[in-house]
Design a protein around this ligand. Sequence first.
Ligand code: FAD
Ligand code: NAG
Ligand code: NAG
Ligand code: NAG
Length: 580
Amino acid sequence: MSRVVFFSLLLLIICLFFTSFSNGAGPPAGSKGPAKGPSPGAPGSKGPGPGKGPSPGASGPKGPGPGPGPVSSSDPGSLYKSFLDCLPTQSPQPDPSFSTIVYSSTANSSAYTKTLQDHIRNKRYNVASTPKPVIIATPKKESHVQAIVLCAKKLNIQIKIRSGGHDYEAISYVSSEKKFMILDMFNIRKVDINIPAQTAYVEAGAQLGDLYYRIWEKSKVHGFPSGVCPTIGVGGHLSGSGYGTMIRKYGLSIDHITDAKIVTANGKVMDRKTMGEDLFWALRGGSGSSFGVVLSFTVKLVSVPKVTTVFRIEKPVEQNAIDAIMKWQSIMPTIDNDLFIRLLLSTNKNSIRTVFIANFLGDSSRVLALMNKSFPELGVKKEDCHEVTWFQSLFYWAEIDYNKSKPEVFLDRKTVPNFFKRKSDYVQTPIQKAGWSAIFNKLKGLDKVAMGFNPYGGKMSEIAANATPMPHRAGNLYKIQYSINWGESDPKATENGLKQAKDIFEFMTTYVSKNPRGAFTNYRDFDIGVRSGDGFNSGKVYGEKYYKGNYERLVKIKTAVDPDNFFRNEQSIPAQSKKG
Ligand SMILES: Cc1cc2nc3c(=O)[nH]c(=O)nc-3n(C[C@H](O)[C@H](O)[C@H](O)COP(=O)(O)OP(=O)(O)OC[C@H]3O[C@@H](n4cnc5c(N)ncnc54)[C@H](O)[C@@H]3O)c2cc1C
Ligand SMILES: *[C@@H]1O[C@H](CO)[C@@H](O)[C@H](O)[C@H]1NC(C)=O
Ligand SMILES: *[C@@H]1O[C@H](CO)[C@@H](O)[C@H](O)[C@H]1NC(C)=O
Ligand SMILES: *[C@@H]1O[C@H](CO)[C@@H](O)[C@H](O)[C@H]1NC(C)=O
């Protein structure tokens, strides 16, 4: 097995493991290579009409395995031709390369298939019944994006914008509308680090691994507070909030964005100055895909110490796991902001695994003293602690062995997708001991479900709920991520996975936030509502869960910058209907 393959497999296991933590999660047998791609569907195959509710994928695939699937237009060939003819007429400058960056299932099917597959993370949205785009455009520069937006508008094609493709509901590459295309940003991915200014200019198609690696190249005492999986795209992650192990110390990725460049619905390129503070506010957590195509972000770097300490402790049920959880719950909101401890619960042959994974921005003697004082129940010992660089700590969280891997692993874009469903919740009042026992009992019957608990407090409590669109700040003890993974394409497996997801979510109702029951934008979940009609009433349903009181302001901004609702998807911010 070549080195590259070895590393990419390792990478896969890790990302799935730490976000999901299901036992034995790893690539299912036979999932080693990219799935065998979509092929053009029967002409005239139908998808649901425009704007009519849930994406077909939401209720699970109807047939196993990828293969011939519905391409979402009755005549992709002629649409492709019209699109290609349009591009030079809308381009700000002449460009001979358009034919090499636009693919369709008929005109350039191998490039079409490869590009479509390259950034699919969730196999649930890569089956025969998954609707396929009529066109995939892979811009290499700003002017390409402008022309693509204008031509899509002219030809009335819905645009789905994709950067890293990690969206949990595949909103960046699947649609409930018949005539849709993908604008795939992976070629626009420059990263420029400026240490004297302590900033990074990072293009939307870069992955977090690119950003982390380029920071590491230049400085061992700078970092950036983003997610733990290196293949996540900057475009979706940063416009949807972004959090990682430094959340208690530095808040979210969006709290450090100082500028952004976008292409708006009228094909204009704008930066913070020209777009104004309203739109700039909306882009920091309101999801870029409702407002325009993000080309790049400029962010402020944060300082990290020379030594970071990581450890991981498993508490068997019989060693008072629930007491340790109760203590974790009570100390985390106010403990030293240098400390982050994620709690993971999963099932293992009818018993529950309780694992605590810690990241401490400092050396082991300081964290040991802190644990001794505040959390002796965990029993952390010197031998449990690994003192690493901040960059190595990212490998630890991604479960890549930093002793054996080259730093360049973080530039690797290959992933092996799995079948999964994710959901989120916020907890605002401590769960009592009896509650934890009930949760343990419930999990015993749900073999696909794992739960990750991510502590808030610290910096998160200091930033106002309306400072950015992401409202879940002070008052939240922690966020829950429900991870449901399965390895088989069998529709029954999918049905079972989705059923277990609904079951645990229903069960947790009494323990979590209410009115509205909060959800995290970056953990996209179609169960909490999808757009229908002009989107105004339906948008409020999911909009208030993701954005609470910020939803109204997002609608006002959307109405001002994209009144025709050109940038839309199953959970976009709706423009206020012109009729009122
Ligand atoms: C394995 C895994 C691990 C994860 N870990 C974390 C984590 O640690 N922390 C965390 O916060 N989240 C995490 N997530 C969630 C992740 O942050 C979101 O799914 C994020 O939106 C992905 O960004 P992307 O560019 O890869 O996704 P995409 O699927 O490409 O896009 C996601 C959304 O953003 C829009 N979008 C993408 N690019 C642009 C652009 N250039 N302009 C405008 N809109 C755009 C898309 O249209 C879509 O609506 C994880 C997801 C996975 C699959
Ligand atoms: C198909 O895509 C390839 C790869 O980008 C490109 O080189 C080629 O010109 C395209 N062919 C056609 C017929 O468009
Ligand atoms: C923990 O604290 C106690 C005093 O509260 C002390 O006696 C003990 O040595 C400490 N242990 C460690 C490992 O620091
Ligand atoms: C990496 O290597 C160092 C030095 O040999 C060792 O102390 C450390 O425990 C190793 N880390 C892991 C996670 O294996």
